[in-house]
Write a protein that binds this ligand. Sequence first.
Ligand code: ADP
Length: 379
Amino acid sequence: MYVQKNDYLRELLVELTDSKAKLEEYRISTQATINSLGEGLIVTDVRGRITTINPYALESLGFQEDELLGQWFPRSIVAVDQHSHPIPQLDRIIIRALTTGQTVSGRTRYLRKNGSVMPVFITVSPVLIDGRPTGAIEVFRDLTGETQLELAKDEFVSLASHQLRTPATGVKLILSMLSQGDFGDLTPKQKKYVDKAIQSNDHQLHIIESLLSAAQVDSGRMELERDSTDLVRVLHEAVNEHMAIIQDKQQEVFMDTPPKLILTIDVSKIRMVIDNLLSNASKYSNPGDRIEIELTQQGPHIQLSVTDHGVGMPTADLKKLFTKFTRIKNELSTSAGGTGLGLFLVKNIVELHQGTVTVISDPGQGSKFTITLPSNQDV
Ligand code: ADP
């Protein structure tokens, strides 16, 4: 009996020693992985106090380990917005992950110890044991290099578009003088070709403006110049300007609007939104199809919808519709041409006005784009 008990204890001891060795081995390999990670790693307890931070995170933030260990993460590592104002501690991604128990990721900017700003992409995953949060793990990637590259690309697009706009505008002026007979009467054939050149030049200017606006959105430099405006008048002006192309396709536009609707908006940018929706409704519809425009006031909001009965889109394509350079293939997209910038700009301009844009679409049936804007916009 006594011998059996001794054997049992010896076995237990061997097992324990074995487990301890395995745990130590595991701890060392985990530590080595954490230390050699090419990304920042910060582990916190359930209250958000830092329990582990790897060398990459320390080096990129410029801190020593003992300055951060045990500290409350949102206080010791400050995040700032694009104007370098500190982001409120309770709005920080780490706090969202800890309070919701969900993995949260996104871009932010960390303030290094020397006061410089480091753009980062972070993913914070809560650590759950038996479904209960016991802490969080944040992994961050320094985006400094990528951001500089993006800025250089935006600068280039912006510069090139500016340089292209001046001569293209000069051509527009001369072509319209030619077309109006300022340099003498034109034969019908000459007039036909000058008008075609005007159309191509308009198209070219539209692409240049879209590229310039997209570069402004990307660099966060797009700003609104709001004015009190009658949106109904803006809508009529837009429809009139598109009429030649719409009639060319024997399409008809039906408008249902109040006589007047005053809003405080950036007129030229909202015109860009309307132009894009109207031009798409015509481009992606067949000859003879109708286009409907409806403008309504719904309490504190206005709703503007553009409906077509054209080729429509599969539901699976709708989620990527508003991203830059997205073009969806359909039977008309090759002949219609385009840059894939139109709806990207629509979304960004509407959101700058604190509005939203939604779409419903059915292949072969058509599409309806609806923008909602607050009717009392602050100037
Ligand atoms: P572009 O028209 O220059 O390609 P947009 O950003 O305006 O770029 O549109 C992106 C894509 O969405 C288009 O390529 C087209 O396939 C699809 N699309 C946009 N509007 C409509 C519409 N009214 N009906 C069907 N497809 C559309």
